[in-house]
Design a binder for this molecule. Structure first.
Ligand SMILES: [Zn+2]
Ligand SMILES: [Zn+2]
Length: 364
């Protein structure tokens, strides 16, 4: 095995654009553990200087100023089996579909997409990701032991999932009727008691709020629910997209348009504004609250999120597990062991019986 070298430290220039090893000519891939480029063949590393400039684009211009993600940088493949659209670095070749593991992948030159503006690079490699998923599997109370022990991490794959993030300056006007709970003492003698009643008040006013990086998933394979379950992603790790972050990993092609995602973002923002106004009003109940909001200085960016995906087959069923490649948070489904559930119920019943017996014994 060849000795590992760091040419950047030796003062030799590493041509990171071609992603070819300056020592042996093999492909260099992004190595998440060292946050550098690493030759898969001889282990030579090339340092990466990250550009943390924040790119925001005027939403009014749409994709007018967006660059196309050219074929000099990426190749798009379509999986004939599951329909996934997989984007890989132009220097590499797709061998199998990361989602269904079949080899029915064909190059799809017709796929058009804009170039990502920013990326949160994977912060740790596949080994660490499998450690996280094994630890997670062990902590699942009702999962069968066989599942815990044999969680197959071989088909774990790092996929950059696309999303749009939106910033908006909002100004809202609200009109409504809200109520506060009060208590009073009624009746006399034996009928004396405290009752709760609600005093309503009419409210109206304005509310201003700035929203930063509202994340909306832009792919049907990676839904908003999945994004929310893996959130938060550490946006402080986001840097300007460059081809090298993709080498060794794959990206999901985005399939949902900007307007659709912006509408999704507005719903998220509306909900947040309503709860901000509610907490400002210090009320206990809301009879109605009508809010009209105007958005200004709306910007967006197309961002890639690091997600490790693992599909685990157990008793002919598939259980997908996802790991946030930025924080290590794991989300997934596991099979349920009937025996473990029964034991838990019996333990619960036993505990209740013990408490009842204690009350009876101690004459409480
Ligand atoms: Zn090399
Ligand atoms: Zn597939």
């Amino acid at each position: 095995m060849s000795e590992e070298r760091n040419l950047a430290q030796e003062g030799k220039e590493v041509d990171t654009f071609s992603a070819k090893c300056p020592n042996c000519g093999s492909a260099m891939v992004f190595d998440a553990d060292s946050q550098s480029l690493k030759c898969e063949h001889c282990g030579t590393t090339g340092e990466i200087e990250k550009d943390f400039e924040v790119i925001e684009n005027d939403i009014a211009l749409g994709f007018a100023q967006a660059e196309t993600w050219g074929q000099d940088e990426q190749s798009t493949y379509k999986c004939d089996n599951c329909g996934a659209v997989v984007v890989i670095s132009a220097d590499e070749e797709a061998k199998k579909c990361p989602f269904c593991q079949t080899t029915h992948v064909v190059k799809d030159g017709s796929f058009k997409t804009i170039r990502p503006h920013m990326v949160i690079p994977f912060q740790f490699g596949a080994e660490k990701a499998s450690e996280y998923s094994k630890k997670w599997a062990k902590s699942r109370l009702f999962a069968p032991s066989k599942f815990k022990k044999s969680l197959n991490v071989e088909n774990l794959v790092g996929v950059y999932e696309p999303c749009f993030t939106f910033d908006s300056n909002t100004n809202s006007h609200y009109v409504g009727r809200v109520g506060d709970r009060r208590t009073r003492v009624v009746g006399s003698g034996k009928n004396r008691r405290t009752e709760t009643y609600i005093v309503y008040r009419n409210v109206s006013g304005t509310h201003a709020s700035f929203f930063n990086d509202v994340m909306i998933a832009s792919n049907s394979k990676f839904t908003q629910t999945e994004l929310n379950s893996l959130a938060p992603f550490d946006t402080a790790q986001a840097c300007v997209y460059e081809k090298k972050y993709l080498s060794g990993y794959v990206a999901d092609g985005y399939q949902v348009n900007l307007d659709y995602c912006w509408n999704g973002a507005k719903r998220v923002i509306d909900d947040e504004i309503r709860s901000q106004i509610r907490s400002r009003l210090h009320c206990d109940v809301v009879d109605y609250l009508n809010v009209t909001t105007t958005h200004s200085n709306v910007t967006y960016k197309y961002l890639l999120l690091p997600v490790y995906t693992l599909v685990y087959k157990y008793n002919k069923k598939e259980y997908p597990v996802r790991i946030n490649g930025s924080t290590g948070k794991v989300k997934g489904k596991t099979p349920v062991s009937a025996i473990r559930v029964i034991i838990a119920i019996l333990l619960g019943l036993g505990l209740i019986a013990l408490v009842i017996w204690l009350f009876w014994y101690l004459n409480l």
